[in-house]
Design a protein around this ligand. Structure first.
Ligand code: NAD
Length: 321
């Protein structure tokens, strides 16, 4: 079923964490689509990621912390939609500073939800890390979640809060590709960087099944959720594509095709704290009309083209807090 949805233009969209990896690809797309955008971000990685939109009169930047309730409430009061991206992202960053992770990912989300006005709509950026180990290796949105890492459990708590206010929850696959704020801790980006710089490296849990989505398709998914909000509200959606489920070994094979002199060896050293080893069903969002457009091979080509010439300064900013 592909729905004929009336295009929503000129909404005021408040994007928390809008200068980050997802935000810096999403914000320009929202602006291109005629929306007014307020980015509310603590700017851990600076605001340079949004420089390409600096002259756009519909962009507004606020340096702020979602843990600072009074400031947040004042900043978000006129928004039509809130896209909530701000967070401490990934299990290594959360384990490094658990207090910061909980106060940001859980209490920060509470601050937003508690102050949402009846006419305001919220879209939450969640993750497949909520699932934890899945006994039969296949998950739909109905599969009970069982997060195993602090990151996964803070995101699951965030989901619960957003569900209480009837928001849309997007459970994203592992993202890949280049954005104005780059992350190199994401599996495909990380392996491509190693293939291009170290040439020889190990991969743990090589047979594990993972699921992927290009950063530009992620941005499209948020726009899709705005345009289909009435249909999607109060529900969780896995966001990705059935053709983007691969084992880590299959990803290594794509990388070897692109970087032929690299040597990748499966290893028994290392593990994923989130135990992600499953195929994900994307039928629910596909039935509404959303399908990713960018393949893993296309993303690898993009990474191969840009990573060798990206400056060290830019690479330094890829390190998570
Ligand atoms: N990248 C992925 O593969 C992926 C997958 C699934 C879900 N997500 C989720 O998407 C969201 C964004 O991820 P990302 O990859 O863009 O991460 P990112 O780290 O690049 O961006 C997060 C942004 O949030 C800001 N921020 C952090 N704490 C803040 C605070 N207290 N107040 C205001 N701003 C704050 C940071 O400055 C940064 O700009 C996160 O919630 C993450 O859990 C990401």
């Amino acid at each position: 079923m592909v729905l004929d949805v009336k295009k929503i233009t000129s909404a005021h969209i408040f994007v928390t964490g809008g200068a980050g990896y997802i935000g810096s690809t999403l914000v320009p797309l929202l602006l291109e689509n005629g929306h007014r955008v307020t980015v509310y971000d603590i700017f851990y990685y600076g605001s340079e990621s949004l420089l390409s939109c600096s002259l756009n009169p519909n962009l507004h930047l606020i340096k702020g912390d979602i843990r600072d309730e009074a400031h947040l409430v004042e900043a978000m009061k006129d928004a039509d939609y809130i896209i909530h991206l701000a967070g401490i992202v990934g299990y290594p960053a959360c384990s490094k500073d658990p207090e910061l992770a909980i106060s940001t990912n859980v209490n920060g989300t509470e601050n937003i939800v508690r102050n949402l006005k009846p006419n305001q709509r919220i879209i939450f950026s969640s993750t497949g890390s909520c699932y934890g180990a899945i006994p039969n290796g296949y998950c739909t949105e109905e599969t009970p979640i069982n997060p195993l890492s602090l990151y996964g459990s803070t995101k699951a708590d965030g989901e619960k809060l957003v569900k209480e206010v009837n928001g849309v929850i997007l459970r994203l696959a592992t993202i890949f590709g280049i954005s104005q704020r780059l992350r190199l801790d994401l599996l495909i980006n990380d392996l491509m960087f190693k293939a291009l710089t170290e040439k020889t490296f190990d991969v743990y849990e090589a047979h594990f099944k993972r699921t992927f989505l290009h950063i530009k398709d992620v941005a499209r998914a948020f726009l899709f959720a705005i345009e289909n909000y009435e249909l999607m509200k109060g529900q969780v959606y896995n966001v990705g594509g059935d053709s983007l489920n691969f084992t880590k070994l299959e990803i290594c094979n794509f990388i070897r095709e692109a970087v032929q002199d690299c040597v990748i060896t499966p290893s028994s050293q290392g593990f994923d704290a989130d135990k992600r080893d499953y195929k994900v069903s994307y039928e629910k969002i596909r039935k509404l009309g959303f399908e990713p457009k960018i393949s893993v091979r296309d993303g690898i080509r993009e990474l191969k083209m840009f990573l060798p010439s990206i400056s060290n300064e830019f690479i330094l900013k890829t390190k998570n807090v």
